[in-house]
Design a protein around this ligand. Sequence first.
Ligand SMILES: *Cc1c(COP(=O)(O)O)cnc(C)c1O
Ligand SMILES: [Zn+2]
Length: 482
Amino acid sequence: MTKDIFPSYRGRMEYFCLGCGKRYPTDELHYTCPECGGVFLLEDLNFDELKKTSGDEWRAIFDERASSKNTALRGIFRFYELMAPVMEEEDIVYLGEGNTPVVGSSESLNGHTGISTAYKNDGQNPSASFKDRGMACAFSYLKSLIRSKGWDEILTVCASTGDTSAAAALYASYVGGPIKSVVILPQGKVTAAQLSQPLGSGATVLEVPGVFDDCMKVVEYLADNYRVALLNSKNAWRILGQESYAFEIAQWYDWDLGNKNIFVPIGNAGNVTAIMAGFLKLYALGIISELPRIFGVQSHHADPVYRYYAVDDPNEREYKPVTVTPSVAQAAMIGNPVSFPRVKHFAERFEAIGGKNAFQVIQVTEQQIMDSMILANRNGHIACTQGGECLAGAVRANALGLVAEDEICVLDSTAHHLKFVDFQQMYFENSFPKDYEVQPDMDLANLPELVISPEEKERLAPEEYTETTAQKVVEKLGLAKK
Ligand SMILES: *Cc1c(COP(=O)(O)O)cnc(C)c1O
Ligand SMILES: [Zn+2]
């Protein structure tokens, strides 16, 4: 087996409904269960065949593939057999997603927090968030459907202001051909920055009066009645692609996860689900011998999953959606996560193998999220607010005695810092609207300082201007002469 040869193994995949248990073949496009409306998982019925290859052999295969130049094996499909092994090489879309770096926290950051952390920078994906992992899988599947069915047209649709639209529009514009991309948004409720990525990728952006729920109802109607691929959070192909995050962490740490704690922000809960599912597959095949511990993190302004798991006795737990209040972890500001049934499904399996603490949910405040993001970035990182949320979660877990000294906390910065600079600005200018409940630590604020006024510049001759300005810089910084 050489590293550039596309694998010959093919799975037999089915949609499996978590609501009613019904199964459907994957040669049809399904968003939710036609029978009960429940969310799907995708399962490979041939999975047990993969057990004929030992854990050692799998590790060797994936390690060898890590240096492949075959683009079909370079991104999330390095782990082809565990991902969606029904696609042909020609179907696989690769825009450089996945294989995001794990950057050990600087000594100064670890000094501040008293724990050992590392950021996995998923903002270094092509559209600058982890959503690209799921889209790479969803669009590869669409390409395989288009090829096998000979379709000359298919519409991809999503209703989202944020990273989902940005990713969907990017992949649609790259694949092109029969794929047309539409984003449906509530009129007047989205910012120019949120529109810029889908517009730049050439997606058709349609606005309707109303709120997000109205948009969701329209796109679900379209998906039920027309040849439309709906790419919102319930889409099971996206969850599958996001499992790659777990595979990459395992490989990065040489398949040894015994002393690792994985922190993941929870919004619609697709990502945390996928990460648990991914580690479980590695464990089932003996590729890893221990599961890491998973810590979901939620803000006190949007914490339905935290509230559910805060009840210790599983029989007493009761799922209740919450009404959210504004959160700086905007991409995770969700009161009724669509993937909650998936979380329950995988958390049970995780705990059955890893024990009662294998999956936990930590609650943090908006204040802690912002302070943590600012602190991380002042110490050499590129964390978004959700990355700040993960750091706050790790600090909180340590305070609760849940993290041991010799353990590493791997933090998911789910998007690039640059997508969330508005919150940084509000912090530095102390201009947060009251609802956020964030009071900046002004020692951490950083604002530009004017060295010399325009009027003073007017008064000075050009040579004088340079020297006077330079002298003022010297005074401000206390520079010593060479
Ligand atoms: C979508 C998103 C989340 C939330 O992920 P879920 O899968 O909905 O829990 C967190 N951070 C960013 C940047 C996102 O785009
Ligand atoms: Zn069903």
